[in-house]
Design a protein around this ligand. Structure first.
Ligand SMILES: [Ca+2]
Ligand SMILES: [Ca+2]
Length: 261
């Protein structure tokens, strides 16, 4: 009986210590994030732009996926030859002529490092899109989108469509849509909203042939129930190509260093 009591006390102590250590780690991580963001926060307040958030703890949305806590999305397996990066350096157009910050070409330049907004393209508020032209119609197996991983936010109404028509008039296929309440007016989708991280959002595509990839957005939810109506994107990658073997391989995405997990 005495032995059992001692074991129980020891286990309780261990768990308590583990919780305390977790709390210390959490506070240190949050402090690091907050201090790293203090300058941009002050600058953005000075110039009247909505300030960036801290850790993604108070973002509320009825359609948000459960916190991933650093866990990556499942690998996207494709037949050998079907995982080539097709989009690097491809022309980019958008729903508006000129971005607020950056250039459209930055969306396919391969640079998605989180670097105080240097690699970010910021563009108009409301429902807007950016579009990658692969130059020829190609087999697409995956699209990965990095919107704004420097703020802990959720980009609203992300819809990804493929088409051979630059105007998306006919024959467009939707491969991702997390606009559950149709607030963008493109039709309701069944995908989940997600918190932006350095891993972006990889989307599996069932070997569809298309020349154009269009990514819609409609502003960004931030921590503390704030909302930024502007749209952001740092990189869109399109993977695919003709397969050369039946053997399956996971697509190897490259990630920028994380700001948080
Ligand atoms: Ca880029
Ligand atoms: Ca919506």
């Amino acid at each position: 009986m005495k032995k059992l009591l001692m074991i129980t006390v020891c286990m309780a102590t261990l768990f308590a210590r583990s919780d305390a250590q977790e709390e210390v780690r959490y506070r240190a991580r949050r402090a690091a994030i907050c201090s790293k963001r203090m300058l941009p926060l002050l600058l953005s307040m000075l110039i009247g732009v909505l300030p960036g958030g801290a850790a993604p703890l108070e973002i509320k949305s009825p359609n948000l996926e459960p916190p991933r806590q650093g866990k990556p999305y499942p690998p996207i397996e494709v037949s050998v030859g079907g995982g080539r990066l097709l989009s690097h350096g491809c022309p980019v157009t958008a729903s508006i002529e000129t971005p607020e910050r950056g250039e459209w070409a930055m969306i396919t330049d391969g640079n998605k490092e989180l670097d105080n907004g240097v690699t970010l393209v910021k563009f108009a508020p409301g429902v807007q899109w950016v579009q990658v032209d692969l130059r020829t119609s190609q087999v697409i197996n995956a699209v990965c989108v990095w919107r704004h991983a420097e703020w802990s936010g959720v980009c609203r109404d992300m819809v990804v469509r493929l088409s051979d028509d630059a105007d998306f008039g006919e024959g467009a296929t939707t491969v991702f849509n997390n606009d559950h309440d149709n607030s963008a007016g493109l039709g309701a989708g069944g995908d989940k909203e997600y918190i932006e991280t350095n891993r972006g959002r990889p989307i599996s595509v069932p070997s569809l042939r298309a020349r154009y990839v269009r990514v819609y957005g409609n502003g960004m939810y931030l921590e503390g129930r704030r909302f930024d109506p502007f749209n952001y994107c740092s990189e869109i990658e399109v993977y695919g190509g003709e397969t050369t073997s039946e053997e399956k391989m996971p697509i190897k995405f490259t990630y920028p260093r994380p700001m948080f997990k």
